[in-house]
Ligand binder design. Sequence first.
Ligand code: C2O
Length: 540
Amino acid sequence: AETHYHEFVVKETPVKRLCRIHNIITVNDQFPGPTLAVRDGDTLVIKAINIGRYNVTLHWHGIRQMRTPWADGPEYVTQCPIKPGATYTYRFTIENQEGTLWWHAHSRWLRATVYGALIIYPKLGSSYPFPKPKLEFPILLGEWWDRDPIDVLRQATFTGGAPNVSDAYTINGQPGDLYRCSSKETLKFLVDLGDTVLLRVINAALNQQLFFSVANHRLTVVGADAAYDKPFTTSVIMLGPGQTTNVLLTANQTPGRYYIAARAYASARNAPFDNTTTTAILEYKSAKRGVSSRPTLPQLPAYNDTATVTAFTSQLKSLSQTKVPTQIDDSLFFTVGLGFLNCNPGPRCQGPNNTRFAASMNNVSFVLPRRTSLLQAYYQNIPGIFTTDFPPVPPVKFDYTGNVSRALWRPVFSTKLYKLKFGSRVQIVLQDTAIFSTEDHPIHLHGYHFYVVGQGFGNFNPNRDTAKFNLIDPPVRNTIDVPVGGWAVIRFVADNPGVWLMHCHIDSHLTWGLAMSFLVENGVGELQSIEPPPADLPPC
Ligand code: C2O
């Protein structure tokens, strides 16, 4: 195994998109940021040097960080932010993971522009469970605002209302042909007739689920979130923010130019969304030159086509039989959803009918500490930072997908953790609520990947739904897009000690509190215990 050393300089860089130049936060002046490519078993040592204007932290999305929670990155959860002028070195080892992950800033909304791909190849001497593709392209889907990204953050954080929707989606940082002033920079992926290509598709968008498709070409899904899946073909895939999907494509069409495209899957009723389409071009090298015709656009589903989403996600199955726990020690039921609070009319009260949005899990709207991180508070026994009384089930039961009186659901704001015993087998039912509107929420768990044993619509009903769980080959993920007005059930073994954030990967929802944290206690001996904190861990 190898050790890879990198320097990530976080700074401001002028970037031109949609006819205008904005200063954005980048790593090493690159947008998207550098691609990290490693093999399973390798160690990454990344020195983050912050010469920008804002506090920052970096997160390695989907990396398990076994016993190294100090390198996980969410601000005030596992570390205090790296202040302007400061540095911090992230050091971690990849253990038994292969596929496509990514990295991003985990401080306020900086991940809007601070992100990149993290590719994990099989160990030397081992190979993919499918024929080696001739070419590989990472495809990072993102969002772009035609204003200072920091203003976008401020608007969403401080008005209590819905965030401004983006002005463009992007593929590897470029909006593409269909947007103003963007044609020249539209990305081209060149192929020869007959090539097989591995597309590593990553949804790095801040607030939007996305459909993805390539005109005239079928996609063979072979993995998601750094785990291999049973291959199946489809013309379209859907990714929630945070999710990745690996697909194989064969260049077997008439040599020409075809659009690679993505646009919104927007399940919420009456919520505004960016309805534009980002494109890149798949170009056969042998295509006739000088033909000025526009490439073919793929048929993307309608923005609210939940049936297509369900048809896609229900086909995801692990490549081989898994070690999904069949007995459960800790059975949890978490509601996920948006609500609102009455507030005094004013600039911070821009939600529906003189309210402001607040999101919660089991009625708790998560509040980050400021004096220290949760992990430090646990490790150093600092009292008064958090409590461990996060409710294992909702405090009140109701019809989660029906109309609910607002009085029933006024979230409490606090920093509550849920304690898991080392080695315990955990099941969580994630249930969408309709307090504001039903939505699909991409729920991401740090420090773990988990088995998705079931999902469906309406209220989860254990008597009806448990019998249908897949306990043979459920897909392994780190982010589950809980169906709109429905539920998903995940299972994992709590074998990684630390404090681990679980949250909605839509940043506006995270800002409103759709998060909680697990505290997984140390097991017996060194191999089951958190490593000591690095000497350069930033102070608060
Ligand atoms: Cu992709 Cu908490 O993050």
